[in-house]
Design a protein around this ligand. Structure first.
Ligand SMILES: NC(=O)c1ccc[n+]([C@@H]2O[C@H](COP(=O)([O-])OP(=O)(O)OC[C@H]3O[C@@H](n4cnc5c(N)ncnc54)[C@H](OP(=O)(O)O)[C@@H]3O)[C@@H](O)[C@H]2O)c1
Length: 259
């Protein structure tokens, strides 16, 4: 990990920030991407001060914009930075009836959770397979294992991430490269407020794990080249048991938990 460079999207807060802290604590360099310039600058200073000798390069970018993934790739190439680990973490959700949520919000969700993640994989994988070396971690969710009434687009986007990652891992594993789908359950980050999930029945009554504990389990899974990693015993048990229950029951139970 020392001197290896990790590109992390959505690194201005939450899980992305924790992945960056963990990677830099092993002496790794970073390229951090998010929209909040101030947050990224402060975080870069913090990390470079705490972890002597590492370098942190920041790219301020809205990854929902057309060509944003290619802009990120080009800037990295122009600066002769080699990306050893790609962590596609930026993403968001929205709680509410499908028809009540603004279309712009859904379009941005698809652009970020699906399109930019896929494009970044498509840009960086050829460099990794050519070197016979590299790791990608795509942040999915326990939402990936079932349909999610009241968060239909978000759940579907995370199923896409899970299936894309598993398939890509199969395609590149013989070329020294791994792709991990990391599936956290509900975690204590800004996501909970932003997605309005804090108001849901299931979250109101739940003690959420810290972003550090969750990020650590994802980071270890990426390092160990695990194709799929679900965080936590209960989340694993639920994801497994879903396979044994009729699909319509699963949808009905998910709906009851959320609203
Ligand atoms: N928290 C949970 O319960 C949970 C559970 C399962 C999966 N996840 C997944 O984990 C990932 C990280 O979420 P989190 O919980 O850490 O959420 P968070 O605290 O809200 O952080 C989201 C990050 O994504 C960045 N981002 C949002 N929109 C962006 C855009 N258009 N362009 C570039 N960056 C953007 C944000 O930075 P800026 O605002 O500065 O751009 C921020 O750094 C997401 O993919 C989420 O779906 C979260």
């Amino acid at each position: 990990m020392k001197n290896k460079t990790a590109l992390i999207t959505g690194a201005s807060r939450g899980l992305g920030k924790e992945f960056a802290r963990i990677h830099s604590s092993h002496g790794g360099n970073l390229v951090l991407v998010a929209r909040s310039e101030n947050e990224l600058r402060l975080f870069k200073n913090e990390l470079e001060t705490i972890q002597n000798g590492i370098s942190v390069y920041i790219i301020v970018k809205d990854l929902t914009l057309p060509n944003s993934a290619r802009d990120v790739y080009n800037e990295i190439k122009e600066n002769n930075i080699q990306i050893d680990y790609l962590i596609n973490n930026a993403g968001f959700g929205e709680f509410g009836h499908f028809v009540d949520v603004n279309w712009d919000r859904f379009e941005k969700m698809i652009d970020l959770n699906i399109k930019s993640l896929t494009h970044l994989c498509h840009l960086f994988l050829p460099d990794m397979t050519a070197r016979n070396q590299g790791k990608i971690m795509n942040i999915s969710s326990t939402a990936a294992f079932q349909s999610g009434p009241m968060m239909a687009v978000y759940f579907a986007s995370k199923s896409y991430v899970l299936h894309l990652s598993e398939a890509l891992n199969n395609e590149v594993k013989d070329k020294g490269v791994s792709v991990t789908a990391f599936c956290p359950g509900p975690t204590d980050t800004h996501f909970m407020d932003d997605s309005k999930m804090k108001e849901t029945k299931v979250i109101k009554n739940m003690k959420l794990p810290s972003s550090h504990a969750v990020a650590l389990s994802g980071y270890k899974a990426m390092m160990n080249k695990k194709p799929v990693k679900i965080h936590g015993f209960l989340n694993n048990a639920i994801a497994f048991s879903i396979r044994l229950v009729p699909r319509k029951w699963v949808v009905a139970i998910t709906r009851k938990l959320e609203a």
